[in-house]
Design a protein around this ligand. Structure first.
Ligand code: FES
Length: 526
């Protein structure tokens, strides 16, 4: 998205090239826009380092290096370092939640979220004000509430994510019916969360952005929402509008690449690059097939580049991961068991099984044991991760959806948190964050539907008076969909994270149900 004002232009997250092992492509195709002129901007805002927001090749080639980067306040310097490497030299280092006055009366504020589960350790939203008009590009960030933006005055344009951006539940080795049921739950929850944010801000216009991606490799084609699968987690902008209308709202505005929305106090005039938006979405399947043909050579070339037969995977994983296991306390304890990788060879059937043994603090061949998680993927992908020294396997392998997974027991956020922290700097940050989080218990209690419970969600501190839904004896926090058994306080979605709760009337509630299947939604890109 490019924001043009009388005091300068801001280009936000220009993503064009496929991300995550050539699995995600922008939908619709934006590669044919006039990037040479779109890239001549005053300011650049890259919300975070997920590869569908930070497109290094595109930034290098098309975006003016004279642009001033509006930098979120992140705990690690990786975003700034990578942008400097691309040739950007001008930076405004913002402070989270503080308004910055730029030249000509343009004001901006960036809210940075910094938990280990926010994006690749950090996600952010950009607020902009010019000439009495305000815009919030919430993007795919999930703040616990939007009050800090609402307090700055009425917002005229609210741009936010509404679709899925994760591998769950598609990659899990589950019966189809269960997969569909979990997918449907997730799809519903994504919309519920979106409505909640929209209700929080009450902007004049709402723009569904930051997704969904589309999948153009044949191997991933089934993830596109074109097969009538009600468990598909990637509904598109037209589905958003239809669902939004069902709850009685008519201020949603869809943008395609090349659309222009002119926002004023009272109006929003929109022009599109196509004559008929409904027809465009009605022809989505054919559109994707044509897009797939155009991108076929790109995908084929990418696949060839992942093979590095000279990489000794076991030795290399030992070298890179064992020192981190040694240092890890919270993440290693949180995982609590071995995690197995089954790597399928170039021939398509030979398999090497490697275990990352968190309690034993070592990486070794699989020894016919029970494991917490099992991932099955192509050997070449892991060779590539090791070859390029990737420090974030979520922002590469897992988001690619080019794997299948099985687990015993609950979703375990620590597994994914560890594999996004494969560097000393990241691991230390995550360990410190969990340590502090554990020690700062939120003392405030509230009463909801006959239960007295802590106000802040044990996951990432969402305000449960806004995000908590109680059904029977179960509390669901709608920010990421985590569930808690109120009677015991047990988290039903992930290991740890107990909730403080009791019946407000003091009546015993031991007979309440405690059986709920986990439905993780911890990480997100898109
Ligand atoms: S804050 Fe994530 S589920 Fe509550």
């Amino acid at each position: 998205m490019r924001i043009d004002t009388g005091a300068g232009s801001i280009l936000c997250d220009p993503w064009v090239n496929p991300a995550y092992f050539a699995s995600w492509f922008p939908f619709p195709d934006n590669s044919q826009l006039d990037w040479a002129s779109l890239g001549k901007v005053d300011y650049l805002y890259v919300s975070h380092l997920h590869r569908d927001h930070f497109d290094a090749a595109h930034l290098r080639q098309y975006i003016a290096k004279t642009a001033t980067v509006l930098l979120p306040e992140y705990p690690t310097s990786q975003l700034e370092d990578e942008l400097r490497e691309l040739g950007f030299t001008r930076f405004i280092k913002t402070v989270s939640n503080e308004v910055v006055e730029l030249d000509g009366g343009l004001k901006i504020m960036i809210q940075a979220l910094t938990s280990p589960t926010d994006g690749p350790i950090g996600d952010s939203s950009l607020w902009v004000e010019y000439d009495g008009l305000r815009l919030l590009n919430q993007n795919d960030a999930r703040p616990s509430d939007l009050s800090v933006f609402a307090e700055l005055g009425h917002v005229h344009a609210h741009l936010l994510q509404f679709s899925g951006a994760i591998w769950y539940p598609m990659v899990y080795e589950l019966p189809e019916a269960a997969k569909t049921a979990f997918g449907k739950q997730k799809r519903d929850r994504q919309f519920d969360r979106t409505w909640r944010y929209i209700d929080d801000l009450k902007a004049s216009r709402v723009f569904p952005i930051a997704g969904p991606p589309c999948f153009l490799d044949e191997e991933l084609w089934q993830f596109n929402d074109i097969h009538g699968d009600e468990g598909n987690i990637f509904p598109d902008q037209s589905v958003f509008l239809a669902e939004y209308r069902k709850i009685g709202r008519d201020n949603g505005v869809v943008l395609l690449p090349g659309s222009l929305a002119t926002v004023s106090e009272t109006d929003c005039a929109v022009s599109h690059p196509v004559a008929d938006l409904d027809e465009f979405f009605a022809n989505k399947e054919q559109y994707l097939k044509d897009y797939r043909e155009r991108q076929r050579p790109v995908i084929e070339a990418a696949k060839l580049s992942w093979r590095h037969p000279e990489v000794d995977i076991l030795a290399e994983m030992k070298r890179r991961i064992e020192p981190l296991l040694d240092e890890s306390i919270y993440l290693a304890n949180g995982v609590g068991g071995p995690v197995r990788f089954d790597l399928v060879g170039y021939d398509g059937h030979s398999v090497e099984s490697i275990v990352v043994d968190f309690p034993g603090k070592e990486v070794r061949p699989y020894a016919d044991e029970k494991v917490r998680y099992r991932f099955r993927t192509e050997r070449s992908l892991v060779e590539h991760l090791l070859f390029v020294e990737e420090v974030d396997w979520v922002n590469s392998l897992f988001l690619s959806c080019r794997f299948s997974a099985a687990r015993i027991g609950q979703y375990n956020e620590f597994v994914y948190a560890f594999f996004k922290c494969l560097s000393e700097e990241r691991l230390q940050y995550a360990e410190g964050w969990y340590d502090e989080h554990e020690r700062t218990t939120d003392a405030e209690d509230v009463t909801l539907d006959g239960w007295t419970l802590q106000r802040r969600c044990p996951h990432l501190k969402a305000d449960l008076t806004r995000f908590g839904i109680i059904d029977g004896g179960t509390l669901t926090c709608q920010l990421h969909g985590w569930k808690f058994d109120l009677a015991s306080g047990r988290c039903l979605t992930s290991v740890g994270h107990p909730l403080r709760a009791r019946r407000a009337d003091g009546v015993s509630s031991a007979d309440l149900s405690t059986s709920v299947e986990a439905a993780p939604d911890g990480a997100s890109a898109g």
